[in-house]
Design a protein around this ligand. Structure first.
Ligand SMILES: NC(=O)c1ccc[n+]([C@@H]2O[C@H](COP(=O)([O-])OP(=O)(O)OC[C@H]3O[C@@H](n4cnc5c(N)ncnc54)[C@H](O)[C@@H]3O)[C@@H](O)[C@H]2O)c1
Length: 372
C-alpha cells in the first residue's frame, strides 16, 4: 500500500498535512521543506525511540539543509512534567533556537504532548511537527493540537492548544513497538469506530482479526481511518467547545480505572472497559439497545481488549470520576451512544452512576467468589 495523505482543515493558515505510509522518515527532509523555512531543527525524543530512529531522522533533515539537534528525555510518563519541560526550554535557549526554529517530536504520545507544550510556550510559540512512533500516537494524539503536562495533582492538568505544522506516521516504526503497547492504540481505534459508526465500524468489524494480528495493510487502514475521523472532528471544533467531546467516549470511567489501579491497568484496557461501562449505562441513560453492549464487547475481545476482572471499589471509582476534568457543575459527564455513530454527551444522575458502579464491582466480586 502506498503513502496516503490527509489534511486537517482549520481556519487562518493553520491547516496541515498528514502522511501515512512506510519508510516516510527517509523522505522527511523534503516533506518538511514544504512546510517550513526553518534552518535549525531540534528533535525531541525519548530513550527507547532514539536508538532506533534518531539517526535516520537526523540524516533525513541534514540532507535537506536543516541543521539538526537532538534532545533525548527518559522514556515514560514521568517525563511529561514541568521539570523536564524547563530543561527543554533551557536547552533550546542554549542552542540558540529563535522564533524561526523548528521542534520535531519523535516518539509516542508522551513526547508529542511534551514537545508540543514546549513548542507552544518557548518564545511564545515556535513551529513543531509530529513524528508519532507508537500506534496510540499515530491514531490519536499526534493530531488535534492538544499539548499537556502532568502535575502531582493529576494527569494532563496543564496544557495548551498548539496544532503541529505537519504530521507523518511512518508505519515502519511500529516494527519496534513493544507488544504491550499495541492495545493502547487498538482501544482508541475502536473508540473512534463506534463514535463514527457507519463505514468505519463495519470496516473494523471485518478487519479486527487482521488488525489484532498486526497485518500491515489493516494497520495502515486503521491509522488512516482513525486520523480521517479525528481530523474531521478537530476541524469542526478545534478547542473542544462542542463535538470534540465525543473523543472522550470510554474515558470518564477509563481514567478513573487507570488511576484506581495505580496505573497498573494500561490506558487501552481502561478505555475499553470504560466503553463497556458506558454502553451499559447507555441502556438506561440513552435508550441504547443491550445488543450494542454485546456487539461492542465482542469486537473489543477480538482486539485483545478483554474485560477487566479485578474488583475495584465502586466508592473509589466514583471519587476519582468526580475529581476528573470532565465534571461540570458537579454533574458527571459521559459520552453515550444510542447506536453506533449516534453519540451524545450527557450529565448522568450521580445516583444512577453509583448504582452502575456497584453493579460493576459486584459482578467482579461474584466472579472472585466463584473462583475461590
Ligand atoms: N494530546 C492528545 O490528544 C492525546 C491523546 C491521547 C493520549 N495522549 C497522551 O499520550 C500519552 C500516551 O502515549 P503513548 O501510549 O504513545 O505513550 P508513550 O509515549 O509513553 O509510548 C509508550 C512506550 O513505547 C515506547 N515507544 C514508542 N514508540 C516506540 C517505537 N516505535 N519503538 C519502540 N518503543 C517505542 C516509548 O518509549 C514508551 O516507553 C499519555 O501521556 C496521554 O496523556 C495525548
Amino acid at each position: 500500500m502506498g503513502t496516503q495523505r490527509l489534511k486537517v482543515v482549520l481556519g487562518r493558515d493553520d491547516s496541515y498535512d498528514i502522511r501515512v505510509g512506510e519508510g516516510l522518515f527517509d523522505r522527511l527532509g523534503a516533506h518538511l521543506r514544504e512546510v517550513t523555512e526553518a534552518k535549525k531543527a531540534v528533535i525531541v525524543t525519548d530513550s527507547n525511540v532514539a536508538p532506533h530512529y534518531l539517526g535516520q531522522v537526523r540524516s533525513a533533515l541534514a540532507q535537506e539543509g536543516f541543521e539538526p539537534f537532538d534532545l533525548t528525555v527518559a522514556a515514560g510518563e514521568a517525563s511529561k512534567g514541568l521539570a523536564v519541560a524547563a530543561e527543554l526550554w533551557d536547552a533550546l535557549a542554549l542552542l540558540g533556537i529563535g522564533r524561526d526554529g523548528l521542534l520535531v517530536a519523535l516518539g509516542g504520545g508522551v513526547i508529542g504532548d511534551l514537545a508540543g507544550f514546549v513548542a507552544s510556550t518557548y518564545m511564545r510559540g515556535i513551529d513543531f511537527v509530529q513524528l508519532p512512533t507508537s500506534l496510540l500516537a499515530m491514531v490519536d494524539s499526534s493530531v488535534g493540537g492538544k499539548t499537556a503536562l502532568n502535575l502531582d495533582g493529576g494527569k494532563n492538568l496543564v496544557g495548551t492548544f498548539k496544532q503541529p505544522a505537519y504530521v507523518t506516521a511512518d508505519l515502519k516504526a511500529l516494527g519496534t513497538l513493544p507488544a504491550e503497547e499495541w492495545g493502547n492504540g487498538f482501544a482508541e481505534i475502536a473508540k473512534s469506530a463506534f463514535v463514527d459508526g457507519g463505514e468505519f465500524l463495519s470496516w473494523l468489524d471485518g478487519h479486527a482479526d487482521a488488525l489484532a494480528a498486526q497485518d500491515g495493510g489493516a494497520v495502515q487502514q486503521a491509522v488512516v481511518r482513525s486520523l480521517a475521523f479525528k481530523a474531521r472532528i478537530v476541524a469542526s471544533d478545534e478547542k473542544e467547545k462542542g463535538v470534540r467531546e465525543c473523543l472522550n467516549y470510554g474515558h470518564t470511567f477509563g481514567h478513573a480505572l487507570e488511576a484506581v489501579s495505580g496505573y497498573r491497568i494500561p490506558h487501552g484496557r481502561a478505555v475499553a472497559e470504560g466503553m463497556r461501562f458506558a454502553a451499559r449505562l447507555a441502556v438506561e441513560a440513552a435508550r441504547a439497545p443491550a445488543a450494542l453492549a454485546d456487539a461492542q464487547d465482542a469486537l473489543l475481545d477480538r482486539l485483545g481488549l478483554g474485560p477487566v476482572t479485578e474488583p475495584f471499589a465502586a466508592d473509589d471509582l466514583y471519587g476519582l470520576m468526580l475529581s476528573d476534568k470532565k465534571v461540570r457543575n458537579g454533574g458527571l459527564r459521559f459520552v453515550l451512544l444510542a447506536s453506533p455513530g449516534a453519540w451524545e454527551a450527557v450529565a448522568v444522575d450521580p445516583d444512577l452512576v453509583k448504582i452502575y458502579l456497584i453493579l460493576w464491582e459486584q459482578a467482579r466480586m461474584g466472579k472472585r467468589q466463584e473462583e475461590l
